[in-house]
Design a protein around this ligand. Structure first.
Ligand SMILES: [Zn+2]
Length: 96
């Protein structure tokens, strides 16, 4: 069942998501054509700042195949200190 509302500029959620996507696009392409190469960590910061990536602190892997599990592996000391796990916001993953 699709619980997402139909996109409409009169829909508050859609307007918020649209603003986040525009903020991301402007941060990435605002200096076009002088954008150069974008490092993955910078892309992560831009996406988090725009609300497209959600950071959650984890003390154990989220699950098999999660990016935090892949990045940290089985390093118990790192897990004990807390690991930042970044996941796409639900609206980014939703089918258009
Ligand atoms: Zn994770």
């Amino acid at each position: 069942m699709n619980t997402r509302p139909e996109p409409s500029m009169n829909n508050e959620l859609f307007v918020l998501e649209h603003a986040k996507l525009r903020a991301f696009a402007f941060a990435v392409l605002g200096d076009w054509p002088d954008v150069g190469g974008i490092d993955g960590m910078i892309m992560q910061d831009i996406a988090e700042g725009a609300g497209l990536l959600i950071k959650k602190q984890r003390f154990a892997p989220c699950g098999e195949g999660c990016n935090c599990a892949d990045a940290i592996g089985s390093d118990a000391a790192e897990w004990a200190a807390g690991v930042d796990c970044f996941r796409l916001a639900d609206f980014v993953k939703a089918k258009p």
